[in-house]
Design a protein around this ligand. Structure first.
Ligand code: SF4
Length: 330
């Protein structure tokens, strides 16, 4: 079922009924397909210009595959992803190159995007050089500007990544992502590798940049405190499916889905003044190779009913802009 995130106007990015199934095979020379892993199964949401959408769930829930499809590193098996109304997986040549400047990424480990043998100024300049953005002097000026924008000093362009702290390296990775003035940045666990003491600084920096540049973020995170602080809307995924989606404030005030409740309960009890019942999740996340029938959460759900293993619940609007996939809300 397709559910759009908000009413009115064309979103910046639309994810429309997207599925990603991976074949799993046996044998090397004459590989035989034994089945398919439904890593992402009928997922829809919108991201508007200048807003943050948080994507949360345990590992294996499909959030990484979803973000890889948005980065155009994987093609969906079914469904479409559109940027400004244009399907992104049909893009080729110059149009694909332009897409890669409009949609950037910052990963948990900044080492993954920084070349240890390259001065950071050169790394930040890379996309400007590739896109023939300007002459040497203009590019140098832009690099200095970007370093200042992320709270570093212009002369640090001459330093190598190992000369920076973890938090500073993440700022360099952010400067490199911002260089081409993207419309959307996929932030994949952007603060989880940082010391708790500097997480807030990084989150505030991201928010300041968003307010100034009107850039949108897809925040992929398992840390709910980060999502609560950063995201305008939050999507919760379990085993490839969206189980709940709502404006972040509404979600944290009124969690509905049993899985979201369990995910949030451990965190909510730590927040003073927040009424919360602690729910313990039974067992491990089932294998996506063979997901449970009906509601995929039924093997772990404390509220499971007889029909939960027979019928898959549809995502329904239970209050304005708040969607839940659970038979308890039918
Ligand atoms: Fe639990 Fe049933 Fe709701 Fe699934 S549909 S979350 S098993 S109550």
């Amino acid at each position: 079922m397709s559910v759009q995130a908000h009413d009115g106007g064309q979103p910046l990015l639309r994810v429309e009924g997207v599925r990603k199934h991976f074949a799993f095979t046996k044998g090397i020379l004459f590989a035989k397909t034994l089945g398919h892993v439904k890593a992402v199964d009928d997922v829809s949401f919108d991201i508007r210009a200048g807003e943050t959408l948080g994507l949360v769930g345990e590992s294996g829930c499909g959030k990484t595959t979803t973000s890889r499809m948005i980065l155009n590193l994987e093609a969906p098996t079914e469904g479409r992803i559109l940027l400004d109304g244009e399907p992104i997986h049909a893009l080729k040549g110059e149009a694909l190159k332009a897409y890669r400047t409009k949609v950037q990424a910052v990963f948990q480990d900044p080492w993954s995007s920084l070349n240890p043998r390259m001065k950071v100024g050169r790394t930040i300049a890379e996309s400007l050089i590739v896109n023939a953005w300007g002459d040497r002097a203009r590019i140098d000026e832009r690099v200095r500007e970007l370093l200042v924008q992320v709270g570093l000093r212009p002369e640090q362009a001459q330093q190598y990544p190992h000369e920076f702290s973890g938090g500073q390296r993440q700022r360099v990775a952010l400067a490199a992502a911002l260089a081409s003035r993207p419309r959307l940045i996929v932030l994949d666990e952007p603060v989880s590798a940082l010391d708790v003491s500097i997480r807030a600084q990084m989150m505030n920096l991201l928010k300041d940049i968003q307010a100034k540049d009107d850039v949108a973020y897809l925040l992929v995170a398992h840390d709910l405190a980060t999502v609560r602080h950063m995201a305008d809307h939050t999507v919760v995924m379990y085993l490839g499916k969206i189980v709940e989606r709502a404006p972040t404030a509404a979600l944290f005030d009124d969690v509905r889905h049993p899985y979201t409740k369990a995910l949030f309960s451990a965190v909510l009890v730590a927040w003073p003044g927040q009424a919360a019942e602690e729910i313990e999740l039974r067992g491990e996340v089932p294998s996506p190779l063979d997901p449970p029938s009906g509601c995929r959460f039924h093997t772990r759900c404390p509220y499971v009913m007889a029909h939960c293993s027979q019928r898959e619940p549809a995502l329904r609007e239970v209050s304005p802009d708040h969607f839940v996939a659970c038979h308890l809300f039918e």
